[in-house]
Design a protein around this ligand. Structure first.
Ligand SMILES: Nc1ncnc2c1ncn2[C@@H]1O[C@H](COP(=O)(O)OP(=O)(O)OP(=O)(O)O)[C@@H](O)[C@H]1O
Ligand SMILES: [Zn+2]
Length: 740
């Protein structure tokens, strides 16, 4: 019984409990006699007519007679308390993003509610002699099983390229048998000295700085910038080793799930065991175990996607944000936050160093380093004396591809040469599917998404037209729905599927592989494919941005960028920076092994500053001009930006609300803008994606000097505006990365 509660029940303990729903306040509850809960504890509380689990955010003793009108806490929950630093982080993120605190809490506590035994896995093993009748499919299954022991039925069928029926037949004959496998361990003991690499002098210097930062145990952000293939990973692994030696936990974030998978293997090679993995594709029971292990300190290292920032580390010692420039670090739905920026905040609250690693840092990060807010370590050359790939532009105006194809003669020639030498080629096109647009040759009808203002993308393998924004799918008809003519529908423009078709026609002898995030089989399948590329079981890889970053394919010597202009056309202020980073990354996959590499960039605009910077290798100049442009326009990081997106099912209602909000915001400016400072409200304007998932969208943009309290202003402006009624929704995006 808590000591503050007198037996007579005169004074009482009141706790403020934050619940994981869309509210900002923590509700007050009375602790009934006999029950105690401290700050951070999980408790059952009544909420309206139901019961929910929340977290005690604060606790106080009230004088006699007070608090008696409050509802009581129902009971405590057997989970480790949420550490105070994580609670402060949740408060911070909520304030920064203008999200109700309960929503941020929800990201942090969703996992442990799924605790329980992990589902047993059933794997297959060879059990008896081959069957009397051996078909080609059966032989494939048995061969595949020899290399994939304990595979599940679905995995084996996919890897062997047959139906599960073939496997069932082999089970019936007793050749294969299913076995129950125990849950995978969370990760073995990591050994900081398991397989240390001999670092080169420049790596050694950088690693020394990082190790010193880990040993100091103080917050500080360090940009680790090194050209592609400079060996940055090995460098930050030294910092990880230092944290392990000091018995402190490490968080390494990756922008994409496919990258975490590859990182796990590399990690195991260096530290003797795999760290824990954390992202949406990890089964929920397993995620619950990781969450609990992180809270108890048993899990030493987590490699995860952005949501891993909200894990309850008991004893964090280091955060590494790999590929820190990657736009995928921005979460665009639910709580809208930038994981790289929030990693720096978490590091500050935990008082631990944060390492941002990239070959092409975000302009913001560069400026932070130049202005001394971040430390800056540079690896100027590739390891092992390897040279960076030689880059050249292919002017599509001068040497266009033949009609109906996408590979220009110079690129085709280079591909032929490279494969002829027994080396690998990567063709990069950042467009999923077969064709980005389908139209009727007779009447000009274009297939549009019924819910979004976008064209439907043809996916030929699935025989479907799909919307990449809302997931709408329809069958590709044989007749035009507008004019009724048969066989008049034509695909326009290339996607990776169409490019693959061309490649297979033009290089029939090459072993070709299409790597796309929407292929069936998910992360595990992609991991197998990446490994097959690294083992040189493939000559020609066609891929979207999935292959652009982080990977190390030793035999790859030619990267062809099929359409370098794709990302430049939209009105995004970061379009040039993004394109530069993406092309630098993808061409940086070439020449990482023993043979030198090259990159050929197909473009209609060879004189564009981005292409010039790439080809001349003068990234510095590009960054300088971009930085000056941002500075003179007052754009981030030299000014602040927030987008307010008003949406609703009814176009007029959404527009009217956006206008009223804009008026209220403009009327609020005066009170928030000190003399000499800039604070402006622009719009509303119809969003470029005017219709998304059936909702009409209008955007306001708020721009301000750095010194302005942008969040304070937004809060005041929203409070002064009309209440959102009906299905009208107002979403705030602080420091937007997307302007759609
Ligand atoms: N000191 C070293 N000695 C030998 N090999 C090394 C050394 N450092 C790194 N390597 C190897 O060089 C390759 C490239 O290193 P790494 O992947 O760390 O580069 P990176 O800078 O992270 O590249 P990117 O930014 O392009 O992903 C890897 O195969 C790595 O194992
Ligand atoms: Zn859609």
């Amino acid at each position: 019984m808590p000591e503050e509660v007198e037996v007579g029940g005169e004074s009482s303990v009141v706790v403020d409990v934050l619940v994981p729903v869309a509210v900002d306040v923590a509700y007050s509850y009375r602790l009934p006699p006999g029950l105690d809960a401290a700050e951070g504890d999980f408790v059952h509380v009544p909420l309206g007519t139901r019961e929910t689990v929340g977290v005690v955010w604060s606790r106080e003793v009230l004088g006699p007679g007070r608090g008696s009108n409050l509802k009581s806490v129902i009971g405590t929950v057997d989970l480790p308390p949420l550490p105070p630093r994580l609670r402060r982080f949740i408060d911070w993120v909520a304030r920064w993003t203008l999200t109700p605190r309960g929503m941020v809490l929800r990201m942090a506590v969703r996992a442990p509610s799924h605790a329980g035994p992990e589902r047993v896995r059933i794997g297959l093993r060879r059990a008896g002699p081959p069957p009397a009748r051996l078909t080609p499919a059966r032989i494939r299954v048995l061969d595949t099983l020899a290399t994939l022991p304990d595979a599940s039925k679905a995995e084996l069928a996919r890897a062997a390229g047959c139906s599960t029926g073939v496997i069932d037949g082999l089970i019936d004959e007793g050749t294969i048998t299913p076995v129950v496998l125990s849950a995978e361990p969370l990760g073995g003991t990591l050994d900081p000295d398991f397989a240390a690499v001999r670092l080169e002098p420049s790596q050694k210097m950088a690693a020394g700085e990082l190790v010193a930062a880990v040993t100091r145990r103080r917050f500080g952000t360090i940009l680790l910038e090194g050209v592609t293939g400079a060996g940055k990973t090995e460098v930050y692994f030294e910092a990880v080793a230092a944290a392990l030696r000091a018995s402190r936990q490490v968080l390494i974030t990756m922008p994409e799930i496919a990258l975490t998978a590859q990182a796990l293997d590399r990690f195991a090679a260096r530290f003797g065991a795999r760290p824990a993995e954390w992202h949406s594709a990890v089964p929920s029971r397993r995620r619950a175990r990781v969450w609990l292990g992180v809270a108890s300190g048993d899990v030493q290292i987590v490699i995860g996607a952005r949501s891993s920032l909200f894990l309850p580390f008991a004893n964090l010692g280091l955060i590494v944000v790999d590929e820190e420039h990657d736009p995928a670090y921005k979460q665009e739905d639910g709580v809208v936050y930038h994981a790289r920026d929030m990693a720096v905040v978490r590091g500050r609250l935990e008082d631990v160093p944060v390492v941002l690693a990239s070959a092409t840092p975000a302009l913001e990060t560069r400026v932070n380093a130049e202005e001394g807010r971040y430390g800056h370590l540079v690896l100027a050359a590739r390891v092992g004396g390897r040279s960076l790939p030689a880059l050249a532009a292919i002017n599509l105006r001068k040497t266009p591809p033949p009609r109906g194809s996408w590979i220009s003669p110079p690129l085709a020639e280079a591909i032929g040469e490279t494969i002829g030498r027994g080396e690998q080629v990567l063709l990069f096109l950042n467009r999923r599917g077969y064709a980005p647009l389908t139209l009727c040759r007779t009447c000009g009808h274009r297939f549009q998404c019924p819910n979004c203002s976008t064209w439907l993308v043809e996916h030929r393998f699935r025989n479907a037209l799909m919307c990449h924004h809302c997931g709408h799918v329809e069958r590709r008809p044989t007749q035009c729905p507008a004019c009724g003519n048969a066989d008049t529908l034509v695909p326009c423009g290339p996607g990776v599927e169409r490019l693959t078709e061309e490649v297979e026609q033009r290089f029939p002898a090459a072993r070709t592989l299409l790597l796309s995030s929407d292929a069936p089989g998910g992360a595990e399948h992609i991991r197998e494919q990446l490994a097959a590329i690294a083992r040189h079981e493939v000559d020609l890889v066609i891929g979207t941005q999935l292959v652009a970053k982080g990977h190390n394919f030793p035999s790859l010597t030619l990267v062809g960028v099929v359409d370098a202009d794709v990302g430049l056309a939209n009105g995004d202020p970061r379009a040039a920076e993004r394109t530069f980073q993406m092309l630098q990354q993808v061409t940086g996959r070439a020449g990482r092994g023993d043979k030198p590499g090259r990159g050929l960039i197909q473009t209609w605009e060879p004189d564009h500053p981005v292409m010039r910077a790439l080809v001349s290798g003068d990234g510095e100049r590009f960054y300088r001009t971009e930085t000056e442009m941002r500075r003179s326009a007052g754009l981030p990081p030299f000014g602040r930006l927030a987008a307010v997106i008003v949406s609703g099912g009814d176009r007029h209602a959404a527009e009217a609300h956006a206008r009223a909000l804009a008026r209220a915001a403009v009327a609020t400016i005066g009170a928030w803008r000190p003399a000499e400072q800039r604070l402006d409200v622009l719009g509303p304007a119809e969003a470029p994606l005017a219709l998304l998932r059936g909702r009409h969208r209008f955007r306001l943009l708020v721009t301000a000097s750095r010194a302005i309290d942008l969040q304070g202003f937004l809060r005041a402006a929203l409070a002064a505006g009309p209440k959102a009624r009906g299905d009208i929704r107002v979403d705030i995006d602080v420091e937007p990365q997307s302007f759609l």
